[in-house]
Design a protein around this ligand. Sequence first.
Ligand SMILES: Cc1cc2nc3c(=O)[nH]c(=O)nc-3n(C[C@H](O)[C@H](O)[C@H](O)COP(=O)(O)OP(=O)(O)OC[C@H]3O[C@@H](n4cnc5c(N)ncnc54)[C@H](O)[C@@H]3O)c2cc1C
Length: 390
Amino acid sequence: MGEVATDDYEVVIIGAGICGLATALSLHKKGIKSLVTERSETLRNITGAAIGIRQNGWRALDQLGVADALRRTAIPIQRERIVGLDDGKQQEMLVKGETRCLRRKDLINTLHAALPPATVKFGCKLESIKFDPNTKKPVLQFIHRTPIIAKVVIGCEGGKSIVANFLNLKPTKMFPLCEVRGLSNYPNGHSFDYEFARFRKGNNLVGRITIDDNLVYWFYTQPYVPRDERIWEDPEAIRRSTLALLSDYPQEIKEMIEIADANSLSFSHLRYRAPWDLLTGTFCKGTVAVAGDAMHVMGPFLGQGGPAGLEDAIVLARNLAQMGLDRVEEAFNLYVKQRRMRVIRLSLQTYLIGMLSGTSSRLKKLICIFLLSLLFHNPSGHVDYDCGGL
Ligand SMILES: Cc1cc2nc3c(=O)[nH]c(=O)nc-3n(C[C@H](O)[C@H](O)[C@H](O)COP(=O)(O)OP(=O)(O)OC[C@H]3O[C@@H](n4cnc5c(N)ncnc54)[C@H](O)[C@@H]3O)c2cc1C
């Protein structure tokens, strides 16, 4: 290990994704300076294409002071429509509360632009973390960088978090499902309504959300079949195999995939932290805590992964500001107490929806349907949640 340097920064956040940037901004708004270390050389604002934000997410973005700028980038979604391509049945529902689909780039860039210059240090990949035996402060070891001794560390580095491992959280698990995502631009305007439409055929699902009059975000969820995942690094291979799998889908869906922006195409095998592990997991130790996907990575079926990370950011910063940096452990314990049930419910609901779509066992499907109707009789009740003020 090279020479250990103490940084000017008391709070170090790992990962400049949605949650890391929102946490830095929340702290900044409360007068607490932080450093965000990001492994990539630039903002990772392309992967993932877009993200649906429901009213609970907008409440958090309002607290961060970036909601109005973001509202100008996407139109409100008015209804949800589910189309069964096997039986021709169609179901329509009005969308509850403010719902818009943001380009991930707009969300990430707006959060980043609201931070003081040089808050994010790029090309800074965390390798390991440990407590200094004498000072008990966390020591962060980076690849090809001088280590940092921090007073406070918040791990926001997503579903494969090193900080979560340090906290001895159980490994994350994989759904038997994968998802392809992309953005499609119609230069002369598309003819779709301002809606979130889902087209189901067997165990496959195509979702399409309008971003504005020209742009739509879509995803295709299908059962996961193990194969060499390197092919998914090639956007044209993603496009070809998706089109082959959707050959019997309506022409408008196939056309949407044919014209998708190659840079926006991505493939993910869906990962989650089990709801029962969230019940017992240790999310903070001393002055180290986790937030966002690092804490509660979940399936995308409710579109709540991003907003849940925004809520974490608000609650974390509020508690740290109220208690001050001399009572970090108390602030973190309160944060975990305030967030645990919220993220368990979100994660349980997404787990049951994921298992319902991913399993071929009729018995398992019946159990999922029974538990969903018993525990989540209002399926969109999660959007009413208010994480409170900063
Ligand atoms: C297929 C799919 C579809 C989704 N759709 C939606 C949706 O519609 N709506 C929604 O709300 N959510 C959706 N999600 C979930 C959402 O993308 C995540 O919940 C959200 O991005 C989590 O943000 P985060 O900041 O916690 O983590 P991430 O976005 O994963 O960001 C982590 C950051 O940490 C960096 N990093 C990682 N390791 C290190 C390291 N060792 N050192 C330094 N930096 C590191 C990464 O480069 C990255 O920038 C979807 C997820 C998937 C997989």
